[in-house]
Design a binder for this molecule. Structure first.
Ligand SMILES: Nc1ncnc2c1ncn2[C@@H]1O[C@H](COP(=O)(O)OP(=O)(O)OP(=O)(O)O)[C@@H](O)[C@H]1O
Ligand SMILES: [Mg+2]
Length: 313
C-alpha cells in the first residue's frame, strides 16, 4: 500500500459572495483513518466535504485527493464516493433499483455489483424492494452509504451520516465504517454528535466560521487542561461540600442541573485537584459514590473551542 495521504488540503479558501465559508483550511487524512469534522452550524463542514467530493473547486489553496491534485470540478476524483446534504435517490425506484441504476451509470453489471451485499451491510435487506419515496431519513442515509460502498471507494466522504439513524442503524453504519477503515479506506465524516466522534474517529478537525480551531487526535482534544465541573456524590454531602470548599484548587459551584440532587456537590477543578479532594473525602470516612463531569470532556472542549459556552456557571 502506498503511503500518500488520502486528503491533503493546504490553505483552502472558499467564498460564497461575501460569505467566507472556508478560510485557510488545512487538513490531512492518512489512509485507513476515520477523520471527524465537527463545528457549529455554518462552520463550513459541508462546503469542505463538497470540495473533497469534487462538487466545487476551492477559490485558493491546494487540494490533493488520493495523491492527485484536484484541478477541475464535477467529475469527482477517482476512488472517492459519498454525499453531502443527503443522498440523491430516485423516489419511484426501489432501494435495489436505485443501486442497480447507479451501478449501470458507472458501467457495472448490476448482477455482479454486490448490491445484495451492500444492502445487507447497511441493514436494508428487508426493505430492498420498497420504493424509496416512502423511506425515512435514516433509511435514506443508509441507502446513500450503500450506494457509496458499491463503488469500493478509497476515500469515503459523508456529511452527517448518523443523522436520523436509530440505534440499530447507528450500529450498522459504525460497523461498516470501522471495517472499511480497517481495510484501508479513509473516511471523512461530519457530525454534530460527540458520541459518534468518540465511537468512530481517532482524529478530528473542528471548524468554526471557516477556520480550523483544532485538528489532531481525539484524546488530545478531550484531555485539555481546563478545569471542568464535576458532580461529586457522597454519603455525607454536607461535610463533602465543606471539605471541597477548603480544598486547594477546588471551587464549589452552584448545581444548575435540571434535577437537583441533595447528595451531589458540583465541584470545579483540575484533574489532580479533584484527585486530591477525593482522597481527602475518603480519608474523612465518607464514601465517594460518583465523580462525573457535568459536561462530557469532548463536548466541553468543543464548546470551549467554538466559543459557544453558555455564560455564567
Ligand atoms: N451555495 C451556497 N451559497 C451561499 N452561501 C453558502 C452556500 N453554501 C454554504 N454557504 C454558506 O457558507 C457557510 C458554511 O456553510 P456550510 O453548509 O458549509 O456549513 P456547515 O458546517 O455544513 O453547517 P451545518 O452544521 O448547519 O450543516 C455558511 O455561512 C453558509 O451560509
Ligand atoms: Mg452541513
Amino acid at each position: 500500500m502506498d503511503t500518500l495521504p488520502a486528503v491533503r488540503a493546504r490553505g483552502i479558501t472558499k467564498c460564497f459572495g461575501e460569505v467566507v465559508a472556508l478560510d485557510g483550511v488545512e487538513l490531512e487524512v492518512a489512509q485507513g483513518r476515520i477523520h471527524g469534522l465537527a463545528g457549529p452550524n455554518g462552520a463550513g463542514k459541508t462546503t469542505l466535504l463538497g470540495l473533497l467530493l469534487g462538487l466545487a473547486l476551492p477559490d485558493s489553496g491546494r487540494l490533493e485527493i488520493l495523491g492527485a491534485p484536484v484541478e477541475k470540478a464535477l467529475a469527482g476524483p477517482d476512488g472517492v464516493a459519498g454525499f453531502v446534504d443527503g443522498p440523491g435517490l430516485y423516489p419511484s425506484l426501489t432501494a435495489r433499483q436505485n443501486l442497480a441504476a447507479l451501478a449501470g451509470l458507472r458501467g457495472q453489471d448490476a448482477r455482479t455489483a454486490g448490491i445484495d451485499d451492500v444492502l445487507d451491510q447497511v441493514g436494508l435487506t428487508d426493505v430492498a424492494d420498497d420504493r424509496t419515496r416512502g423511506f425515512s431519513l435514516g433509511m435514506r442515509q443508509r441507502l446513500g452509504l450503500a450506494a457509496a460502498l458499491l463503488t469500493r471507494p478509497r476515500l469515503l466522504v459523508l456529511d452527517e451520516p448518523a443523522n436520523g439513524l436509530d440505534p440499530v442503524g447507528t450500529r450498522h453504519v459504525r460497523r461498516v465504517l470501522t471495517r472499511l477503515a480497517a481495510e484501508g479506506t479513509s473516511v471523512v465524516l461530519s457530525t454534530h454528535r460527540m458520541d459518534d466522534l468518540d465511537a468512530l474517529c481517532s482524529e478530528v478537525t473542528i471548524l468554526a466560521t471557516g477556520r480550523v480551531v483544532f485538528s489532531g487526535p481525539l484524546n488530545e482534544l478531550a484531555a485539555g487542561n481546563r478545569e471542568l465541573d464535576h458532580r461529586l456524590r457522597t454519603s455525607d454531602p454536607e461535610t463533602a461540600r465543606k471539605l471541597a470548599a477548603e480544598a486547594p484548587g477546588i471551587r464549589v459551584v452552584e448545581d444548575t442541573g435540571v434535577r437537583h440532587d441533595p447528595e451531589v456537590a458540583v465541584v470545579r477543578g483540575s484533574v489532580p485537584a479533584l484527585d486530591e479532594l477525593v482522597a481527602t473525602v475518603v480519608r474523612s470516612g465518607i464514601a465517594v459514590r460518583e465523580l462525573t463531569p457535568v459536561v462530557p470532556p469532548l463536548e466541553a472542549a468543543f464548546l470551549a473551542l467554538t466559543e459557544q459556552q453558555e455564560t455564567g456557571g
